[in-house]
Design a protein around this ligand. Sequence first.
Ligand SMILES: Nc1ncnc2c1ncn2[C@@H]1O[C@H](COP(=O)(O)OP(=O)(O)OP(=O)(O)O)[C@@H](O)[C@H]1O
Ligand SMILES: [Mg+2]
Length: 455
Amino acid sequence: MKIKTKASLLSFFWLISILIPLTFIIYYLYAQYEKEEELETLQFTANQMLTHISPMELLQEDNDRILRRYLPDHSMIRSLDLSSKVINQAANNDELAVIPPKHIDTHETYSQKLNEQTVMIVRTPIHQGTEVIGTLEIITEPIELDQSLYRLVGIIGIVTLAAMLLSLSASFLLSKLLFLPLSRMIQTMKEIETSLANTKLPLNRKSKDELYQLSETFNHLMERIEISMKKQRQFISDASHEFKTSLTIIEGYSSLIRRWGFENIDLRMEALNAVHTESKRMKHITYQLLELAELDHEPKLTLSLFDLVTLCKENIQLLQPLSDKEFILIPTESSIMMEADRPQIKQVLFIIMDNAMKYMNHHTRIFLSQTDSNHCIRIVDDGIGIPAEELPFVFERFYRVDRSRSRQTGGSGLGLAIAKCIVNLHHGTIQITSDRHNGTEVIVTIPKLKTSNPF
Ligand SMILES: Nc1ncnc2c1ncn2[C@@H]1O[C@H](COP(=O)(O)OP(=O)(O)OP(=O)(O)O)[C@@H](O)[C@H]1O
Ligand SMILES: [Mg+2]
């Protein structure tokens, strides 16, 4: 069932559940009020009779004629003596005679059922001075009242039915109006789904209701999907380009060798070196791509407590033999304990130190420190630096400041992208500042753990 139908049926049943008890209450209150009015009228007639007719006349036998003057329609008037014996009786509805006469000392008014019909009874004592000498009894069948109550039931029934029909059509109309933007939205989404076009939902800026917010969120989502798809396309084309370059070189040298190479020792060596270098490069890129894919899809951290100073020393030991330039470790404390994913933090440091090693002139300083809330790693080299306009892009995948210079150094432009991913996973920050020809400074800040496992 459509949400539109559900909403209209719900509002319809809600209205009915209010309307029906309400009509019953109206009917009941009206009937009560009318009955009381009728009884009061009878009581008034009885009082009139007692004022205008003397007690003796009322209790004088064969004086029915006096009673007849006050007789209402469909009624019976009786005067009774102290033993409840009927002295006089006037009636225009003989069926009422079956109600037994009853003497009373105080006023009595009530209604009761007689053959499924309501009858109303008023009994008033007849006084002779202070002494009660008999009873005046007026009994009536309130046919007009019954008829007006039937009419009321009819009117209420028709009105209720009309209200039900009106409310049903109004609620269908209202929900159609309310859900019209939603239906349009679904239509546009279907179009987007079939054509994969980057269509945006039209925004009705007049009302900033939930549907407006939904459309706005959907449009934002579409924008993000588009950006991510663009990035993915870019990534695939960059990755293919990297492999294509290496494969072209390998293919070129192998063709050369096939044609000339076996006689020429120098060419053989050159080709072998080129194939070796390019294969190493492809292996390096493949590992990095695999690492990035893992970080993107299964971002999990294995936390352990380790000494950051020792970790840095390990990296220096690995890299120092490969370079004649110097790494200088400057920790603020002899040991800085850190809780994080040790291999990944080591990887971040390696990526930054590897870059520094490629580009520094004389030395690179590594500052390690900690505050109450953070661990801070600053790696400052005195190398060729990065132009200011290139800085915002260095964390992008495959981005290299100078392609020819990176080709010499063997870079693929993935190192800093991996470092950023890892730092983000640790909820930390990585910033890079640089001055052309005056070196580069990379600052990594990793927050300390507050709970046992905040990642
Ligand atoms: N310390 C630095 N000094 C000068 N340029 C740098 C420095 N660090 C990074 N860069 C520039 O930023 C680019 C991106 O660095 P990144 O580490 O991401 O890639 P790469 O070093 O080229 O390749 P990879 O690290 O994947 O082997 C590099 O190509 C280089 O031009
Ligand atoms: Mg690098």
